[in-house]
Design a protein around this ligand. Structure first.
Ligand code: CLF
Ligand code: SF4
Length: 495
């Protein structure tokens, strides 16, 4: 058993780490494996160092590390058809929610409070509402103040790219190492269907002219960031019938210009949000349409599939939001940064990650071995973090989805749902919606599930089990895959 688990988990109370505690007390971490690197084989050490604690740039890191956003830059220089300015910037966060807007000083207070309380915190992002590069003075003041106070926090921004080329050098000087640009098109004719206007060089421009300027500025910004060695992620909003097939072209362009990651996100469109698309009936893609496009993009720029389209004031692991615990009215006027919880947590995570990597490698090899007939299964996992099956079915507000196939076991996305169990009772209507959200999924893994939802899922063709509670997701999925292979072999022999 590895020591750091037992000494510090209780005092840290990290969200979702009951499973680690379980592993520690059951000898789950073998000392021979501790310290193994989670670095992907095809990545160099220096790149890995820069992404290994960033929950958005590394799928593996998102099981352990958290981001927080501060909404300090509300002004914007373009109009996207999926955005209503009353709400947050929909390029990086869910439309339809309003974040608490902060001054740079208020942002500093909030970041210190979160850093002292949330040990998983590794990244500070500015991701709306508005554009971080257009509302530059506030972005700059916030980053410089906070990095002085908390020097080991990663700084991250998201931008529509129009004002980006004007600030690339300053971003490099401030050590901002992760920049997201939202790029929805490389063809201005398509761009004109997404952007009604932009504001550039003191003038409002519309139509194809506007989209052409935006496209050229986005490409220039990306090339400038690449030239300075800054890691870039491209967000694209998938809009069925407008740019869905075109995103294959976008992926090719951004790969050629050095983008590190491409994140294709589904359009969220609802008349209640008051956006142009919402009001004109433009639909978003289904989960399976999104997956099909992402599968087509494999082999191009590396894909991010674990984005949660989080709020512009989100706090916590991706998929959870602890922002309401840290609203300004709850914070003391002055605070001193105390790094002790974050430091202790990092020690624990270094141990746990090594163990996870070895378990994952073993599971992937076993799946590949069992995949002679090329079948695949799609498995939804209820988790509270740590890459383990530690979420109760009734309490889950999302499932992480993995695919097991001849390629091994891969994280392929997530499905958001409403929690089934409210106040001790399950809602049948909620379960129907959950079953619909699990389209294509063959199995559900969770730490606990009642007979009633289990039977209803089974009737819908989805096998749900808590038999693998607290295992790593990949280990359990490999066991399910072996069972499915054995069943197929048996059926073949009987035929
Ligand atoms: Fe925030 Fe964006 Fe930085 Fe991440 S989010 S600024 S890169 S720290 Fe992440 Fe949230 Fe998706 Fe954004 S899950 S919406 S990709
Ligand atoms: Fe809205 Fe963001 Fe687009 Fe500006 S860049 S219009 S804030 S989605």
């Amino acid at each position: 058993m590895s020591q750091p688990f037992t000494i510090s988990l209780d005092s840290l109370q990290p969200v979702g780490f009951d499973a680690m505690k379980q592993a520690a007390t059951s000898g789950g971490c073998s000392s021979s494996s501790c310290g193994s690197s989670a670095k992907p084989e095809d990545m160099d050490e220096s790149t890995w160092e820069r992404i290994k604690d960033h929950p958005c740039y590394s799928e593996e890191a998102h099981h352990y590390f958290a981001r927080m956003h501060v909404a300090v830059a509300p002004a914007c220089n373009i109009q996207c058809n999926y955005c209503n300015r009353k709400y947050d910037c929909a390029n990086e966060s869910r439309p339809g929610v309003v974040s608490e807007k902060l001054t740079p000083d208020e942002a500093k207070r909030k970041v210190i409070a979160v850093a002292n309380e949330v040990p998983q915190l590794s990244v500070l992002g500015i991701a709306g509402p508005g554009d971080a590069c257009y509302d530059w003075k506030k972005t700059q003041a916030t980053f410089s103040e906070i990095s002085r106070e908390i020097p080991d926090i990663n700084l991250c921004i998201s931008t529509n790219g129009l004002a980006l080329p004007d600030h690339v050098d300053e971003l490099a000087e401030m050590n901002v190492d992760h920049v997201t640009i939202t790029i929805n098109m490389v063809d201005p004719e398509i761009g004109a269907k997404i952007y009604p206007w932009i504001f550039f060089r003191h003038k409002r421009r519309t139509g194809v002219e506007a989209a052409k300027i935006l496209h050229e500025r986005q490409m220039l910004g990306l090339e400038m960031l690449t030239a300075r060695g800054i890691l870039t992620k491209i967000n694209s909003v998938m809009i069925p019938g407008v740019n869905d097939e075109h995103l294959i072209e976008v992926n090719r362009w951004v790969k050629e210009r050095g983008a590190f990651l491409h994140n294709v996100m589904p359009l969220i469109s609802d008349p209640a949000h008051g956006t142009h698309y919402g009001l004109t009936g433009q639909r978003g893609p289904t989960a399976m349409e999104l997956k099909a496009l992402q599968d087509k993009l494999e082999g191009g720029a590396k894909l991010m599939r674990h984005c949660r389209q989080c709020r512009a004031d989100a706090v916590g692991l991706l998929g959870e939001d602890r922002g309401q615990e840290f609203t300004l009215d709850q914070l003391p006027e002055s605070m001193v940064y105390d790094p002790s919880k974050r430091e202790a947590y990092r020690e624990i995570v270094a141990e746990e990650r090594g163990d996870h990597v070895r378990a994952k490698e073993k599971a992937i090899a076993a799946v590949k071995e069992n995949s002679a007939d090329g079948h695949s299964i799609l498995v939804a996992v209820a988790t509270k973090g740590g890459g383990r099956i530690n979420g109760h079915f009734g309490h889950a507000s999302e499932f992480q989805v993995y695919e097991a196939s001849a390629k091994g076991v891969e994280f392929v996305g997530h499905r958001k749902i409403d929690a089934y169990c409210m106040g001790g009772f399950g809602e049948d209507a909620t379960l129907d919606a959950t079953i619909a959200a699990l389209e294509g999924v063959t199995h559900v893994l969770c730490s606990k599930i009642g007979n009633c939802p289990r039977d209803m899922l089974m009737a819908a063709g989805i096998e749900a089990t808590d038999a693998y509670a607290y295992e790593y997701a990949e280990t359990a999925i490999s066991a399910l895959y072996a069972e499915a292979t054995a069943d197929k072999d048996e059926a073949k022999a009987a035929a």
